[in-house]
Design a protein around this ligand. Sequence first.
Ligand code: SF4
Ligand code: SF4
Length: 294
Amino acid sequence: MKKDTSIEIRWHGRGGQGAVTSAELIALAAIHEGKFAQAFPSFGPERRGAPVLAFNRIDAENPIRIRSGVVKPDIVVVLDPGLVTLINVTDGLKPGGCLVVNSTRSVEDLQQEFSGDWKLAVVDAASIARELLGVNIVNTTMVGAMVKAAEVVKFESLKAPLNERFGARASSNFEACMRAYNSTVISQITTTGTKKSKSFPMEKIPGWRELLVGCIVTEPGNTKKFGTGDWKSQHPVWDDKKCIKCGICSLFCPEGCIQPNEEGYYRANLFYCKGCGMCAHECWTQAIKMVEGT
Ligand code: SF4
Ligand code: SF4
């Protein structure tokens, strides 16, 4: 029987964070080393902020024939810290595997979220990306962290793919990648915590008869059903001095989660706000700013 020499990786991120780019960079680096590799994404029709998956398969010896998504990964990489408590990121992770997480929390603290026999690696990728790239896009930083933790390719092999992909921005991305590589903290011990679940306060969402403006609701209850507040990596903040209480933001919010408060100023219900930024884009007095965080 042929020896199984393949390594499977699953990337968890949100739309706009670069999980797909991360997988592509790793595949290109592996191919650069003469290995066989695949990279492919899995996402629905959702926009920026929605949870997305990307996958890699790398095999140093054999061509890869399988094309399905990775369900029993050797390595899991989590680009968005909020996903750790939102979905079961370690689902199917093989014993002896490796979990790499972007987080400001310590390895010791993060261990409490999990139970399993894996290596846990943690890096504050968001801070590195913001400092060196000016944006919270952690694709290249998480590639550096993953290579440090799991050694699936040599660090030097990332240079050519980064140059090819980022052109004039390659050197800052390489720097971010290297900073993450050097600052990733790895725990070799078995994690034994209990996964905690995240909860938001529930608030009343108006029915269509109570809405301020007329509209056609084809599927009432969609927003309630999906609790889309868990998707966001940024949220809207209102400046009441600039607000003229026109209600346009409320009209354009795809989740229908913006309502006036008692004083007539508008606010989003963060349990459902998915951080798409539509309200800030549509507000004609620039009374809404999108800020990082949930
Ligand atoms: S669109 Fe802007 S000005 Fe109008 S209610 Fe919303 S925040 Fe206020
Ligand atoms: S409140 Fe603003 S950012 Fe949140 S879902 Fe509605 S439009 Fe998008």
